[in-house]
Design a protein around this ligand. Structure first.
Ligand SMILES: Cc1cc2nc3c(=O)[nH]c(=O)nc-3n(C[C@H](O)[C@H](O)[C@H](O)COP(=O)(O)OP(=O)(O)OC[C@H]3O[C@@H](n4cnc5c(N)ncnc54)[C@H](O)[C@@H]3O)c2cc1C
Length: 312
């Protein structure tokens, strides 16, 4: 028996969400006495995956698109008891494609390890993550797509046997150009996010947001109107109709806190809000709030953090 886990890398290094995915698979596999098979196109050391519980690492040249990758994962998971895919940008496309091809049950937005395995039972975010539902997945080889950073990473030892396979990907479309998002840290998997809204007045004022993000090692994000008017790229738009994030720290600057924005960020572990309006709805969702002008508060935060880093 096996649990197959899809492993992604970025610039030659495994993504943190991939370690979380391998750990998830290990937990599930331990409950049913199965092995963990990690599938990756990365040439990063397989031993790194073994440290989180991978027993076998299948290295394969992965397809270019979600459909191509899903077809390859189907071939590799034909006899598997289940599949784990982190809910990254790519993972959120691969998981439903794989579920359709395999005709398997899929839990998206999963936020718990299996609560039971016969049938598989997990908790998932529902109603734009405003609620949590417990679901049971029936049928063979169910698929779990979990919210990155919701499970956590723990070390576990796996056998780490490496194997190469060649399974050609069947692509329905070809990627003819790629544009890489400007942020230095990938937003969906970021541990800290500095986000700004219309309170910033214009795109020329984002320098201080980028500075704050840089000093914190955070990704940058924005509200929907900000990307709609072209102040920031759409890849930074968070909320109900944008990217859903789950960082340890979410700093919201000059964002009112409309329900559609909160739907994509309220799962953040700690929320800090900077807003001139003490009645701004975001303060109700905040762990820490600063009633103040972003143009005064943010430079002070940057200076204080730089001084703190220099001293420590
Ligand atoms: C179907 C639907 C889907 C939507 N999906 C999304 C979504 O996914 N994501 C999203 O973000 N929105 C979404 N929206 C839009 C949402 O309803 C809000 O309109 C939007 O989030 C408001 O953006 P904002 O907070 O940047 O702007 P505003 O509402 O204009 O708020 C600006 C805030 O900045 C504060 N401010 C002003 N000056 C300063 C200053 N100098 N310093 C500090 N604070 C200052 C103000 O007090 C105010 O609270 C959606 C709307 C609909 C109808």
């Amino acid at each position: 028996m096996s649990i197959v886990v899809f492993v992604e890398d970025w610039n030659g290094a495994y993504k943190k969400a991939s370690f979380e995915a391998v750990g998830y698979a290990k937990n599930w596999a331990s409950m049913i006495g199965a092995k963990v098979i990690a599938v990756t196109s990365s040439e990063a050391p397989a031993a790194e995956l073994a440290d989180y519980g991978a027993d076998h690492c299948i290295q394969i040249s992965l397809g270019q698109t979600a459909m191509g990758i899903a077809g390859q994962l189907e071939a590799l998971s034909a006899d598997a008891s289940g599949v784990v895919i982190a809910g990254t940008s790519l993972g959120r496309s691969v998981a439903p494609a794989l579920a359709a091809i395999k005709e398997s049950a899929l839990s998206t937005n999963t936020i718990s390890l299996p609560l039971g395995t016969s049938p598989l039972q997990v908790k998932r975010g529902a109603f734009s993550s405003k609620g949590i539902e417990t679901i049971e997945l029936s049928g063979a080889s169910p698929i779990i797509s979990f919210v990155p950073n919701s499970i956590g990473i723990e070390n576990a030892s796996g056998e780490g046997v490496i194997e190469s396979q060649e399974i050609p990907a069947t692509e329905l479309l070809q990627v003819v150009g790629t544009e890489v998002a400007s942020g230095k840290v990938a937003l969906p998997e970021a541990e800290a996010v500095v986000s700004a809204g219309r309170g910033l007045k214009g795109p020329e004022n984002w320098g201080m947001i980028e500075e704050l993000a840089e000093v914190l090692g955070a990704a940058t994000a924005c509200s929907k109107p900000v990307s709609d008017i072209g102040w920031r790229p759409h890849s930074e738009h968070v909320g109900q109709t944008g990217i859903q994030v789950n960082p340890n720290l979410y700093i919201a600057i000059g964002i009112s806190g409309a329900i559609q924005h909160l739907a994509g960020v309220s799962a953040s572990k700690t929320i800090v809000v900077v807003n001139t309006d003490p009645e701004a709805p975001f303060f109700k969702a905040a762990d820490y709030g600063i009633v103040g002008d972003a143009f005064e508060v943010v430079p002070k935060l940057v200076n204080a953090l730089r001084a703190f880093k220099a001293a420590s």
